[in-house]
Design a protein around this ligand. Structure first.
Ligand code: NAD
Length: 327
């Protein structure tokens, strides 16, 4: 492909991806599958790598999420809420491991977590009291959805210690609640939600908290934006401490001592994924040591110390069949 052809293709891909982002992040109503979206995004990234002169700061490859809706009060994230780089196969996981180990001696431990398919949210606690909840928005500015998040019973309004912290997690709708909600919608002649992720996002990005309250939402917290006076040195310690003070973490996380163990964990979940009562779209792998995370830093869009392994598309089809059969 010559540069003129590449320029044309890049423009088309950006236009399409911007539209998909808007439908997915702003309208909570995607028109294409995640697989199709990821394929186009990868095509764009490859062209931008091959023709760096075509790169622009506003390319969808450089941007997180979508803009916050005007109807909500805006919340500035002190620490940006970023996206994650992707890996689609074992080779790409090994490339990630190589990049992480480059330039640093010794082995690296990882924490593997389920990648929950819901809506990324931030919860702020001051002296142990829940004061604010927000969406990720475009990574810098999110929407204040405190009232809606307060309706999720698994979000503690008070922690068991007077900590001041901002934690991140995924609010989601369990599969069974999603099916029940769609049945109800269909019975009322309303348009059903495309998937549990959109149902969760659509329920939380409502001005009336009574809607979220009826939707049986849940949450898993998996990360920290800021944690005042914390002396913890690893992500695994943070997960343990979060659980100890009342924050709901996912029990399936595992510390892995090397990339082979990570790959074993990933393969195990390709099999076990349909057994879960909530949707996951992959596995997130994070460097455990916080100093090492800091050394690795971030790109414009994602941390260099973490990667999201995305499950193959066929899984999505099997999974849907499995839900239908198990109801
Ligand atoms: P992402 O979904 O690839 O990964 C980042 C997100 O993972 C985080 O923001 C967080 O919300 C979530 N996450 C879940 N469990 C986590 C855990 N244990 N630890 C850390 N993070 C965890 O990236 P993204 O920027 O949120 O969204 C991009 C993706 O969204 C695309 O790859 C595609 O799958 C989907 N998308 C689809 C469309 C569409 O039209 N179908 C459009 C836009 C985006």
């Amino acid at each position: 492909m010559n540069q003129t052809e590449a320029k044309k293709k890049v423009e088309t891909l950006r236009e399409e991806l911007n539209r998909y982002n808007y439908e997915y992040h702003v309208k909570d109503n995607p028109s294409v599958s995640d697989y199709e979206y990821d394929k186009k995004m990868n095509e764009l990234i490859e062209l931008e790598n091959e023709f760096p002169e075509l790169m622009t700061a506003d390319s969808p490859s450089q941007r997180v999420g979508g803009p916050p809706l005007d109807a909500f009060v805006k919340v500035q994230h002190n620490v940006p809420m970023l996206s994650l780089g992707n890996a689609f196969n074992e080779e790409e996981l090994r490339d990630f491991d190589r990049r992480v180990r480059e330039g640093s001696d010794g082995e690296v431990s990882y924490v593997c977590e389920l990648k929950i398919d819901g809506l990324a949210v931030s919860l702020t606690y001051e002296d142990g009291v829940f004061v604010r909840g927000a969406t990720r928005g475009d990574g810098t500015t999110g929407e204040d959805i405190t009232k809606n998040l307060r309706t999720i019973r698994t979000i503690p309004l008070k922690l068991s210690e007077p900590s001041t912290l901002e934690v991140r997690g995924e609010a989601f709708m369990p599969k069974r609640s999603f099916l029940a909600l769609n049945e109800e919608k269909e019975a009322n002649g309303e348009e059903p939600f495309a998937n549990p992720r959109n149902a969760a996002a659509g329920s939380l990005r409502q001005l009336d908290p009574k809607i979220a309250a009826k939707r049986n939402l849940d949450i898993f917290l998996y990360g920290v934006g800021e944690w005042q006076d914390s002396e913890l040195t690893s992500h695994s310690e943070r997960l343990e401490k979060m659980k100890a003070i009342g924050l709901k973490t996912n029990p399936e996380w595992k510390k892995c001592e090397n990339i082979d163990e990570v790959i074993e964990y990933v393969n195990g979940w390709v099999e076990r994924r349909p057994d879960l009562d909530y949707e996951i779209d992959g596995i997130v792998i994070k460097v455990d040591d916080l100093d090492r995370q800091e050394d690795l830093g971030f790109t414009a869009k994602s941390p260099r110390w973490a990667v999201a392994y995305k499950f193959p598309a066929e899984e999505a089809i099997t999974k849907l069949i499995d839900i239908e059969l198990s109801v």
